[in-house]
Design a protein around this ligand. Sequence first.
Ligand code: AP5
Ligand code: ZN
Length: 213
Amino acid sequence: KRLIFIGPPGSGKGTQSPVVKDEFCLCHLSTGDMLRAAVNAKTPLGVKAKEAMDKGELVSDDLVVGIIDEAMNKPKCQKGFILDGFPRTVTQAEKLDEMLKKRGTEIDKVLNFAIDDSILEERITGRWIHPSSGRSYHTKFAPPKTPGVDDLSGEPLIQRKDDNAEVLRSRLKAFHSQTEPVIDYYGKKAVLTNIHAEKPPQEVTAEVKKALS
Ligand code: AP5
Ligand code: ZN
């Protein structure tokens, strides 16, 4: 399966991806996770991306298209993939179509994690992540067994630098102006399914699995 998960910050893309990935043996390609790893490692890509990410603005199309083009060549992605947080502009969507055409494939399904903005601040400000695995927790909705500690590795959890109310506002602005047109783009291609992303995590998982069955 070749899938795209679209939705605003905190809508549950990163929470649902590992479940779907395991169920269908796919690779999980999160441009946000890949960019954060590059920022931490201070690679040339990370240095270029950091400023926009800290402000909650989008990184340039060329940078993220390059990352995805490279990642799709990995052996583990040949069976299929979940694109989490990509494409986020119509230009990225068009470039993705070209990349897939070159490989003789196309997108099977786009899941739109639809949710009201008003719910997202609580989700974002309560999130704690384990950077090396990408696992995320929430102080209220998905607490770790020990506060501040990853359940599986025992390593410390951290908060993302962009997970505060102020930067969330600019991330939402970017979503509405630049990413919502991408939802229309896939609506026209008849591959789009809307998910009720405001429901509790297990109910969202059930809806996602149903959409993909
Ligand atoms: P990215 O990392 O993609 O961030 P985002 O889009 O803002 O999305 P989030 O990761 O915040 O949301 P999510 O849907 O994954 O939420 P989660 O499941 O963790 O991008 C970061 C930055 O990188 C961008 O701002 C941009 O600068 C740059 N970038 C990335 N991709 C780019 C691109 N293609 N082009 C240009 N720039 C790009 O859930 C959130 C919290 O809620 C968690 O704590 C979770 O436990 C909890 N939760 C999840 N589901 C539920 C539920 N159903 N009920 C209750 N709580 C829940
Ligand atoms: Zn995410």
